[in-house]
Design a protein around this ligand. Sequence first.
Ligand SMILES: Nc1ncnc2c1ncn2[C@@H]1O[C@H](COP(=O)(O)OP(=O)(O)O)[C@@H](O)[C@H]1O
Ligand SMILES: [Mg+2]
Length: 408
Amino acid sequence: MDGTNGDTIVEFRDVYKIFGPQPRGRALDLARSGIPKKEVQRLTGHVVGMTDVNFAVNRGEIFVVMGLSGSGKSTAIRMVNKLYDVTNGEVLVDGVDVQKLEGTQLQVFRREKMGMVFQHFALFPHRNVIDNVGYGLKVQKVDRDERNRAALHALSLVGLAPFADHRPAQLSGGMQQRVGLARALASDPDILLMDEAFSALDPLIRRQMQDEMMEIQSRVQKTILFITHDLNEALRIGDRVCIMKDGAVVQIGTPEEILTEPATGYVAEFVQDVDQGRVIKVHEVMTEPQPVPHDMSLSDAMTLCDDVTGRFCCDDEGKPVALLTAADGLRVRSMGSDDLKAALRSDFDKCSPEATLNEMYAAAGRGLSIAVVNDDGHLVGNLDPRLIMEEMGRVEQLIDGFEREVFM
Ligand SMILES: Nc1ncnc2c1ncn2[C@@H]1O[C@H](COP(=O)(O)OP(=O)(O)O)[C@@H](O)[C@H]1O
Ligand SMILES: [Mg+2]
């Protein structure tokens, strides 16, 4: 078993992958001495696909490798099934050094140990669903009856048994991806390799697929190595998440650990941007401006601030000129004054309705309402910093979500 403990099913040990004509030359030496990917590429023209990667996937877990495009996620998967050679180090599956497998041994290993699910379903359009699912078994020369039985069982796992005779084109995108999942399950492999499997699906379907996959996994107890560039997805489905950047592992941990103890600024930034996959525009969260008339008393004006952080006063043209915050109002009132002007401030921020919440995050950190103005400078909305923090504060929400799941 070569040092792997009983619970480990896939292990990367000191793995490097260099792309180029001389992968084991200077580029590898530089990568091994810790020179970053960009620099290695500049100096040698070689691409560092993976540098000093170490991780161990436990049997039966959903292990998610997450990172931006080009960070080395697909390379990781391709090294598990030896589509790519390892430049240096070892990839072990069930204690077997994958690099040492050749010919028939490798073929048997691939088809018995692992099933793959891709982003693009890659179904045969002219074959019906059951034949698509059973195709891998057919290649393995499994006879028709047994093949159909296995395919139907896999289809029933993904809830598509009634569609066995349909053509792929008759199914929705989400259903086609379930066929892809069934195809991977048909040969009953220990490991599912899923490369951006849900990334092409629209958000609602995608969530359903995530739920379904987790549900299936809890029933069939497969090990899933799941690749995604989406941190939300990673945190949602992963038992553990491995974050990669430029071919290197940045952090490995449970979703809770990633959220609450981000190992580096890089991870922290990702976590802060959780859910930024859908970029939220200011106009989606701003509220009606309801400006405060100049001639109002402070106490009346403050009733307008009941449920907002502040309200703006506008000039005759409707352009914001001053901000009344509940806090300033209270302070002036506590000094016995009811003078609105004494409570107004002019050091507020403005933005366009088309700005993103991301862009306004820093401004929101001041805790003051932000005036949303159109191209002519007219007040069109009130952006409450609490709303930005709420929208951006997905971290807390995610943690709440996890706690709910844990305790349910
Ligand atoms: N066959 C290849 N030849 C050369 N460079 C490659 C090859 N495959 C991947 N790379 C490079 O390796 C790095 C990691 O790629 P990849 O694993 O596909 O990233 P990801 O899946 O995270 O988007 C990238 O810089 C990519 O350009
Ligand atoms: Mg990829």
